[in-house]
Design a protein around this ligand. Structure first.
Ligand code: F6R
Ligand code: MG
Ligand code: MG
Length: 365
């Protein structure tokens, strides 16, 4: 059976700052998807990470379907009404266009979609991150799909061992989708040369070379490119099919124990470690740290099982403690050097005005 899984994520308002959505907001979105999805979707799930709500839809209408995207858009619009009624902070923040125009791509929400012939058993993961950017998934994907230090299947499985093809997007290019395909293992150094720059080059998809099947779909939205100014970080969503000719679930998760340093955190303008958290976790310390949660599902004829919250496990409690220490270490140096993003990546315009004022006061001796 040919199935599409569509995951769409947006921040349409939260309690007490950019922390976490309200119960009423989540309920309103749930109602809207329940009502609007009748006869359209096979199944759905709604969750949140930090201040972002993720809508997961399964259906047989293919990727980029107008009615599916409209369903999510209308649900976020309905949620925005509730957010306004409750006085939530940043109501409707990520809905950057007034009218729906066929597809939520380019309108604010983050999208990841996979269409495939459902395997007899179809395990997949939905990653949702807050207070960071789409390139935050670059390193974990690189390690999980190309490095035998993280993915034992590259050595042990004849199909995984055939490698993968990455499609990488240059998200700074705004005239269209500027993409490149690179095959691993042959081209891992070229891939690394691109993926080192998380702000510019982002993994869009990964396919198995053994079967041609797509394993990964990751969002490549840059809100700044859409709005022309800072309106919040891009808080990425990603879908990953696992097992058999794809990496095992545990291999995909393994690199998240690094808590690698990513862009985001307070005011989208700092560097902090990406902390793997339980689903439904908000943000707190310095509007962060950057967080990622991951739910595993199985699928049968488009019907979802209940989710398994993979970072809700004693192992990840230990990781969280380590990552919290790493967050404190970098925060201890405040605005200095590597702790704050380079000038061009600062997400607030205030510093431009300040630098402009100081410019006039410089003298040449
Ligand atoms: C980062 C984020 C927050 C806000 C910060 C200030 O992505 O959402 O850190 O940037 O709370 O928010 P405003 O400018 O709305 O007061
Ligand atoms: Mg926000
Ligand atoms: Mg957010």
């Amino acid at each position: 059976m040919r199935i599409t899984i569509t995951a769409i994520k947006a921040d349409v308002g939260s309690i007490g700052g950019h922390l976490t959505p309200s119960k009423a907001l989540l309920e309103r979105i749930s109602e809207a998807v329940n009502e609007g999805g009748k006869g359209l979707v096979i199944d759905h799930f709604i969750g949140h990470t930090g201040d972002d709500i993720a809508i997961l839809l399964t259906h047989d209408r293919g990727s980029g379907d107008e009615q599916i995207h409209r369903l999510a858009w209308d649900a976020f619009r309905a949620g925005t009404d509730t957010a306004k009624e409750q006085g939530l902070y940043g109501a409707g923040q990520d809905l950057l266009r007034d009218a729906f125009s066929g597809n939520v791509r380019g309108m604010g929400p983050a999208v990841a979609e996979l269409t495939f012939d459902e395997r007899p058993t179809e395990p997949f993961l939905m990653f949702t991150a807050d207070k960071t950017e789409p390139g935050a998934y670059n390193l974990p994907l690189y390690l999980a799909f190309t490095d035998p230090m993280y993915n034992a299947g590259l050595i042990l499985s004849p199909t995984v061992g055939q490698g993968f093809t990455f499609t990488v997007m240059d998200v700074e290019y705004v005239e269209g989708d500027r993409v490149i395909e690179l095959s691993t293992p042959e081209e891992i150094y070229d891939l690394a040369a691109l993926l080192r720059d998380n702000g510019r080059f982002v993994v869009e998809s990964i396919r198995s070379r053994a079967t041609g099947e797509q394993a990964v779909s990751s969002c490549t939205t840059r809100l700044r490119n859409i709005a022309g100014k800072y309106v919040g970080k891009d808080d990425p969503i990603m879908l990953v099919r696992t097992q058999k000719s794809f990496p095992a679930t545990g291999e995909v998760l393994a690199p998240f124990q690094l808590g690698h340093l990513v862009a985001g955190f307070m005011r989208g303008s700092h560097v902090g470690p990406l902390m793997p958290v339980k689903a439904g976790t908000g943000v707190s310390f310095f509007d962060g740290p950057p967080i990622v949660s991951c739910l595993a599902f199985s699928l049968r004829e488009g019907k979802l099982t209940e989710p398994c919250d993979v970072f809700d496990h004693p192992y990840w409690d230990w990781v969280r403690s380590n990552v919290a220490r790493k967050a404190s270490d970098i925060r201890a140096q405040g605005f200095s050097g590597a702790a704050m993003l380079p000038y061009a990546d600062l997400e607030y315009g205030g510093i431009t005005e300040r630098m402009g004022r100081l410019e006039d006061r410089f003298t040449i001796r």
